[in-house]
Design a protein around this ligand. Structure first.
Ligand SMILES: O=P(O)(O)OC[C@H]1O[C@H](OP(=O)(O)OP(=O)(O)O)[C@H](O)[C@@H]1O
Ligand SMILES: Nc1ncnc2[nH]cnc12
Length: 175
């Protein structure tokens, strides 16, 4: 185990399990306490940024914004936000998808990505894969490339990777 593994292991211990949130039957993994720790956030940001070579980060609303902006700053790139509907003044594209609990959509802001840019897609959690799949599709439909789809935590029981065939998924932690 190297220094990075040790720091990530300590970070993993800060993930809180919340039964029956946001609805009965869902075991919610709350990475809030992990992000609130400076050393844990530092370990997560460094590891995510090493997932691939990239020109810009695309963070997924909402918790992907927290991690994505930190990765962009640490690695000297800009960041764009892939947003829930109704937030953007100008929308380039939209994709609707299914969630572990409910349905959702993501929108790509206009005039952000350029063709050929290498994009590091960042989110906090990979569950069923719908969100990450929509994020990657938005990036690709814009003409940019998905350098990696990087998440802090993968919930393996939900088999999200099955819904992301061919996507370069990188998960720092798995439960
Ligand atoms: O793999 P999936 O099944 O698509 O689920 C993963 C998504 O679910 C959560 O977002 P959510 O929309 O619940 O909330 P947030 O706005 O708090 O990030 C999480 O932050 C991921 O974005
Ligand atoms: N069980 C879960 N815990 C945290 N975030 C999630 N996003 C989707 N499912 C989740």
């Amino acid at each position: 185990m190297d220094e990075t593994d040790g720091a990530l292991r300590e970070a993993a211990a800060l993930v809180r399990e919340v039964p029956d949130f946001p609805e009965p039957g869902v075991l919610f993994r709350d990475i809030g306490p992990m992000l609130a720790s400076g050393p844990a956030l530092g370990a997560v940001v460094s590891a995510l940024g090493r997932s691939a070579e990239f020109d810009v980060v695309a963070g997924v609303e909402a918790r992907g914004f927290l991690v994505g902006a930190a990765v962009a700053q640490a690695f000297g790139t800009g960041v764009i936000g892939l947003r829930k509907p109704g937030k953007l003044p100008a929308v380039a594209d939209r994709i609707d998808y299914a969630l572990e609990y409910g349905t959702a959509a993501l929108e790509l802001p206009a005039d952000t990505l350029r063709a050929g840019q290498r994009v590091l897609v960042v989110d906090d959690v990979l569950a069923t894969g719908g969100t990450l799949g929509a994020a990657c599709s938005l990036v690709r439909q814009s003409g940019a490339e998905v350098a990696a789809a990087a998440v802090v935590l993968e919930l393996t029981a939900l088999r999200g990777r099955r819904n992301l065939p061919g996507e370069p998924v990188e998960a720092l932690l798995q439960v």
